[in-house]
Write a protein that binds this ligand. Structure first.
Ligand code: HPA
Length: 244
């Protein structure tokens, strides 16, 4: 049974090195997941892969069915999830094209289905979210970064914004004064839902651009694509080391 899943974000809708074994469509009580789950072999080990924004990259961050995605993965036996996500860099060492392994989150999203604990008659549940990411999986990601020789920033607070628009320069100033080092649109409620399901969840952020007002020029789709291509190459080789 497969126990490790990779959720791919923008720039990682497929994994070239994944030897696809089969696809599985899972229906959930929370609706349809973003995509079928791909079962495959990565470095000889079985992993499950799901494209967060759908295989055609058609689902924007605020419309991703995070509950269905995580529920579907757990229903096939997954216990650990590596979430790959594009971010904008706020802190000086969050350099476009590089990778960061965040250790904290500030959530600015709204109006997303953010909990499994809201059905009628359910006990009121307050999960512990002091450390939002699974420490053990983070360590594995960091060791894999070292082993694969990829440039990365350890630690950092992920500010989760609603999107789909990028932020204003002043919003980024506010995030920075709140302690955010990077900004992305998909980190929440994904991390909290994973914790509710007791999944071991960690994030591998790929820095796609300097956050608004931090770079020299306007943020273009072309810059984002170019940086993501560089960053995702690091992620692919890093993932092979995680699996190994
Ligand atoms: N802001 C929010 N999300 C992002 C960004 C950004 O600058 N870049 C990639 N995802």
């Amino acid at each position: 049974m497969v126990d490790l899943a990779i959720i791919g974000g923008t720039g990682l809708t497929s994994l070239k090195s994944l030897e696809v074994v089969r696809k599985e469509v899972v229906h959930t009580p929370y609706g349809e997941p973003s995509s079928a789950i791909i079962h495959g072999l990565l470095g000889g080990r079985e992993v499950a892969f799901m494209a967060r924004h759908g295989y055609g990259h058609t689902i924007p961050p605020h419309r991703v069915n995070y509950r269905a995605n995580l529920w579907a993965l757990q229903s096939i036996g997954v216990t650990s999830v590596i979430a790959v996500a594009a971010v904008g860099g706020i802190r000086k060492d969050m350099i476009p094209g590089q990778v960061a392994i965040p250790n904290q989150i500030v959530d600015y999203t709204w109006s997303r289905e953010h909990t499994f604990c809201d059905h009628k008659g359910a006990h009121v549940t307050h999960i512990d979210f002091t450390d939002p990411y699974c420490a053990e999986l983070r360590e594995r990601l960091l060791s894999a970064c070292d082993a694969s020789g990829c440039a990365y920033a350890d630690n950092g607070t992920y500010g989760a914004t609603q999107g789909p628009r990028l932020e204003t320069a002043q919003e980024i100033n506010r995030l920075e004064s709140d302690g955010c080092d990077m900004v992305g649109m998909t980190g929440m409620p994904e991390a909290a839902l994973a914790r509710e399901l007791a999944l071991c969840y960690a994030s591998c952020a790929v820095i796609a651009n300097w956050a608004a007002g931090r770079g020299e020029s306007v943020i273009t789709a072309k810059t984002i694509d170019e940086n993501l291509q560089v960053g995702m190459a690091h992620v692919r080789s890093m993932l092979e080391h995680v699996i190994a």
